[in-house]
Design a protein around this ligand. Structure first.
Ligand code: SAM
Length: 245
């Protein structure tokens, strides 16, 4: 999969994709990440990228011309692999695991990082095909949101993780939070790992994990249960904890 990221601050990405799983995915050719400097696509001698908003108001807006030029140039050879062009914006649909899973099906994904007071509306209307927010708060730029999306999508690509089944067990995948997990030692400062995990009884461990996941979701994010994939045993267990459907 190929990511094209468009930014006024390409230096911010230095090191961001150079460790651990993302680095391995890049070196093995599973993903390619191209960082495009929007300033390199300016046409005036001052290399202007932003200007005052029409109608007044504070701050500066990214001008459409360098953004269109940078994206069109980079995607000119995309052909049948034409990607979604995502504008990062606090006004977009909120990024979720389900959206990460959809993006992981793409061959290419373009991510436009806004700055300052934002981006001229014509980028949103006539260039971007999608608009994504990473949460209901405002950051100074779209670079960190772009890193978040590359990370979340890359780890879903087959071959990115050592354990291919790992993503299926993660929080938010089946609509639930993952339950508590433990590693060695079996006892730490007097706190013991639950006996069932040491029992070697796989069916009981599976049942315990499922119940932990249900309990944790009910305690922390009960609204997720409305859309979660639940069977009759799950429902009965949740009802025993006081859950009302
Ligand atoms: N004035 C804009 C508004 O109120 O919607 C906010 C502009 S913000 C300071 C500058 C840029 O940061 C945005 O254009 C966007 O690319 C990025 N950004 C800020 N918060 C974001 C978020 N929660 N998710 C995605 N991108 C965000």
């Amino acid at each position: 999969m190929r990511f094209d990221i468009f930014s006024l601050f390409p230096e911010m990405f230095r090191g961001a994709f150079d460790d651990s799983i993302i680095r391995r995915a890049r070196t093995s050719g599973l993903v390619e990440v191209f960082i495009h400097d929007i300033r390199a696509s300016t046409s005036d001698k001052h290399h202007s990228t932003d200007d005052l908003p029409y109608g007044g108001g504070g701050g500066m807006l990214l001008m459409p011309e360098p953004v269109f030029s940078a994206v069109e140039r980079a995607l000119a050879d995309a052909g049948d692999d034409a990607s979604s062009i995502v504008l990062l914006s606090p006004q977009g649909r909120v990024f979720t695991q389900a959206i990460a899973q959809q993006f992981a099906q793409h061959k290419r994904l373009a991510l436009i990082c806004g700055r300052y007071e934002g981006v001229d509306e014509r980028v949103r209307e006539h260039l971007a095909t999608d608009e994504i927010s990473i949460g209901d708060y405002v950051l100074t730029g779209g670079e960190i949101p772009a890193m978040v999306i590359v990370d979340a999508v890359t780890r879903l690509l087959p071959g990115a993780l050592g354990d291919p089944d790992a993503p299926a067990k993660d929080s938010h995948v089946g609509g639930l939070l993952e339950g508590a997990q433990y590693t060695r030692p079996a006892e730490f400062r007097g706190w013991r790992v639950p006996d069932v995990l040491l029992s070697g009884h796989h069916a009981q461990i599976t049942k315990w994990r499922r119940q932990q996941s249900l309990r944790r979701t009910l305690e922390r994010r009960p609204e997720l249960l409305r859309a979660a994939q639940l069977d009759e045993a799950d429902r009965q267990y949740l009802q025993s904890l006081g859950w009302k459907e």
